[in-house]
Design a binder for this molecule. Structure first.
Ligand SMILES: Cc1ncc(COP(=O)(O)O)c(C=O)c1O
Length: 270
């Protein structure tokens, strides 16, 4: 599964799945292009565990599945589409209960959106430990912030973690502080976010960003995942041009994923 579920997904899911008991259905949440949904579907198939994906946007039910959701279904995940206002409130116990009832799940094993619960955050600390002493700045793209929360804890105070949110809204810093408290009991490490590079929001791929990613691929022979990694690499290029890294700074870019099925095409632009 390490190969089928790339990057940070594997580190997040392993500690979470350790608590799974027989007879339960793996239930998780995600948007239409969520790679966490795909990773969970793959894990379910490999482990022989039923999976249900609660997907943001009930309008999607009437449309053909995009390649990411099609892949979930091929892996056996049952998809249940949720209107956006209730999706936002999914952490409220009453809403969660009604969503599970509608999806017909009686014995759920709930994995939070993006896989980012305390166990997953602790799993991602290993990423930081591997980089300790090898970089002054470690940069990564953030969705829910779980990977960054773990990485900062593992890296320790001598390195700085720079997060590039791919989602619009500016709420991530609070989420990361909450994840630190939930996973470790206190604030951790040295980190900051640069909110300028979401390119319009989650799964938005303006033509200029796609061109940048294609240019990077041509120059370096490395396939660039568009939802997260393209925004990170673009951010680092801009920051370097702005002089954000003094000469001699060791910058590590964490490549958290590789392109998945169809993810470079069909994304909304703008
Ligand atoms: C390729 C990739 N990079 C980064 C992230 C962000 O991870 P997090 O939600 O922990 O911030 C994700 C999450 O789905 C991802 O798929």
């Amino acid at each position: 599964m390490g190969v089928q579920s790339s990057g940070n997904k594997w580190r997040k899911l392993v500690p979470v799945l350790a608590g799974l008991t027989p007879g339960r259905t793996l239930v998780t949440f995600g948007g239409a292009w969520s790679s966490h949904l795909r990773a969970t579907a793959t894990a379910g198939r490999l482990l022989g565990v039923p999976t249900v994906g609660l997907v943001r946007g009930d309008e999607l039910a009437a449309r053909p599945l995009n390649p990411a959701l099609e892949r979930c279904r091929t892996d056996g995940m049952r998809l249940h589409f949720v209107d956006r206002s209730r999706y936002r409130r999914k952490r409220e116990p009453e809403i969660a209960r009604s969503l599970l009832r509608e999806a017909g799940v009686t014995a759920p094993y709930l994995v939070p959106e993006g896989g980012s619960g305390p166990a997953a955050v602790r799993g991602c600390a290993e990423l930081g430990r591997e980089l300790r002493g090898r970089a002054d700045v470690v940069a990564l793209a953030c969705g829910t912030g779980g990977t960054l929360a773990g990485l900062t804890a593992g890296l320790g105070p001598e390195g700085h973690v720079l997060g590039v949110p791919v989602v619009k809204g500016g709420f991530l810093a609070d989420e990361i502080r909450a994840l630190h408290t939930a996973a470790f009991g206190s604030a951790m490490g040295s980190w900051s976010l640069d909110d300028r590079f979401h390119a319009g929001g989650y799964a938005r791929l303006p033509a200029a960003l796609d061109r940048f990613a294609r240019g990077f691929e041509d120059r370096h022979g490395l396939a660039v995942e568009r939802l997260y990694v393209a925004k990170l690499l673009y951010a680092l290029t801009c920051l370097a041009e702005e002089g954000a890294f003094p000469p001699g700074t060791r910058v590590a870019a964490v490549i958290t994923g590789v392109p998945g099925p169809g993810l470079s095409s069909g994304l909304p632009t703008g």
